[in-house]
Write a protein that binds this ligand. Sequence first.
Ligand code: C5P
Length: 232
Amino acid sequence: MRDVIVACDFGSAAEALAFLDKFAGCERKPFVKIGMELFYGAGPDIVREIKRRGHRIFLDLKLHDIPNTVRKTMKVLSSLDVDMTNVHAAGTVEMMKAALEGLTRPDGTRPLLIAVTQLTSTSEERMKTDLLIDVPIADVIAHYASNACAAGLDGVVCSPLEASVVKAKCGSGFLAVTPGIRFADAAADDQVRITTPARAREIGSDFIVVGRPITAAPDPVAAYLRCVEEFI
Ligand code: C5P
């Protein structure tokens, strides 16, 4: 199950496809993350095209709306045949259940559904001052993860450093999908809580989401294979 997901954070379909062309001769087809920037810029056709090329897709749109809207939107995403998608756990257990219903196809199959707990850009201070949530951030993450688990979701997006808290709360089969990955000899960029692919495996990540260490590397295929080698 463990895999490396490459964050295809490009502003246009042309750039994303040119990047993926580099992997044409690679023995392993990367699992690709399509985020808001690429999806809103290029539309659902980019999902169809990357799928047609044989990649698995994590569609990272982080839905957060009333349950009825989320249910109907998930039905649309499910018909795009993505492999994984997500919602904000802050949308409540009812919203997460609605997402799961919408995602489930008539034959009972569905993409993996994971929940965003707290964005890594949100500090404990901001939670307190902006959101009036006055408890330790680790408690919020553990609580949101257990809500996602109760709603029947497959896992959460969290920092690799939080994966063990999530597993302890929700069981080892509950997926930890973790960004914030850097090679030991590389720059952190704007990520704060980072770890290496090897360490992410040791502390329980199921999927690592890796952007710039691969997309900005002089040889993206070599960087991807290095991630695979260290993580899987
Ligand atoms: O370039 P980098 O490896 O930092 O990219 C990480 C990817 O993971 C980006 O697509 C970013 O949007 C995403 N992400 C993150 N932190 C979160 C949730 C998602 O870095 N908490």
